[in-house]
Design a protein around this ligand. Structure first.
Ligand SMILES: Cc1cc2c(cc1C)N(C[C@H](O)[C@H](O)[C@H](O)COP(=O)(O)O)c1[nH]c(=O)[nH]c(=O)c1N2
Length: 233
């Protein structure tokens, strides 16, 4: 191993253009459902996306993720069937007009996107006691979500659309993909090139829900405290 001092380099700031590029990726990233092009994603591009994911932070450097790459149209069709079953259950949980609206939304591109990526979390990856996870076992799932966000942003920069689909019974995905019991399914990601993206979240454009004002979400020195109020004792 290198001496610790040799492993440290100066933390220089990004240039204005680099900074702009990071925010550009963040602000223009979208969840994609229906704009996927059929062209397959080149292997080296997929490797770059997975490498970005694999450089995410993780609790205790646990790296609990796996990525199951699904190109098979037959497997994706089975996954879509699992979605359709779960989506029917989900639709019935909304009433009246809201249910009608829900049913009008497209919430997946499983068959259309040329690649499915099932992202999983292995809670046993680094033994039963993990630095940083001792008092909250969910930290391994949170780490896996960080990996997904890295992939999502890298994909945006590469012109690749990503759609996260979560409307499944986990057991269905496990059965289709042969995932062992102790592994958690965190996401099914639809991935494919896109030539256009919504400028705002599709759910906002289609009137399902709007972005909340940031100011409503920021408190100061305690829950519910607006700026300038005395801190709670
Ligand atoms: C954990 C999780 C799970 C899901 C999602 C996201 C996340 C983070 N999203 C996408 C979600 O609807 C979308 O991110 C928001 O509507 C905001 O839009 P943009 O991502 O900014 O385009 C999502 N979208 C969808 O159409 N079907 C789905 O099952 C899910 N599931």
């Amino acid at each position: 191993m290198r001496p610790i001092d040799d492993a440290v380099c100066p933390a220089s700031s990004f240039s204005a253009a680099e900074r702009e590029a990071v925010y550009h990726a963040i602000m223009t990233r979208r969840d994609v459902r229906s704009q996927f092009l059929p062209d397959p994603l080149p292997d080296d591009l997929v490797t770059r996306l997975l490498t970005a994911a694999h450089h995410a932070p993780s609790v205790g450097f646990m790296q609990p993720w796996n990525f199951i790459l699904v190109k098979s149209a037959e497997v994706r069709a089975r996954v879509r069937d699992a979605f359709l079953r779960a989506n029917e259950e989900a639709a019935r949980m909304f009433d009246g007009e809201r249910q009608e609206k829900y049913r009008s939304l497209k919430l997946e591109g499983i068959v259309q996107a040329p690649l499915g990526i099932c992202v999983t979390c292995d809670p046993t990856r680094s033994g039963s006691v993990v630095l940083g996870r001792t008092h909250n076992p969910r930290m391994d799932s949170y780490s896996t979500v960080c990996a997904i966000q890295n992939l999502w942003l890298a994909a945006r920069a590469e012109g690749v659309g990503i759609g996260w689909v979560s409307i499944f019974r986990e057991g269905d995905l496990k059965e289709i993909l042969g995932i062992p019991d102790h592994i958690e399914v965190v996401a099914w990601l639809c991935a494919g090139f896109v030539d256009r993206l919504y400028e705002e979240p599709e759910l906002a454009v289609k009137g399902w829900r709007q972005r909340v004002a940031l100011e409503e979400l920021v408190y100061h020195d305690g829950w519910g405290q607006v700026e300038g109020e005395a801190a709670p004792v």
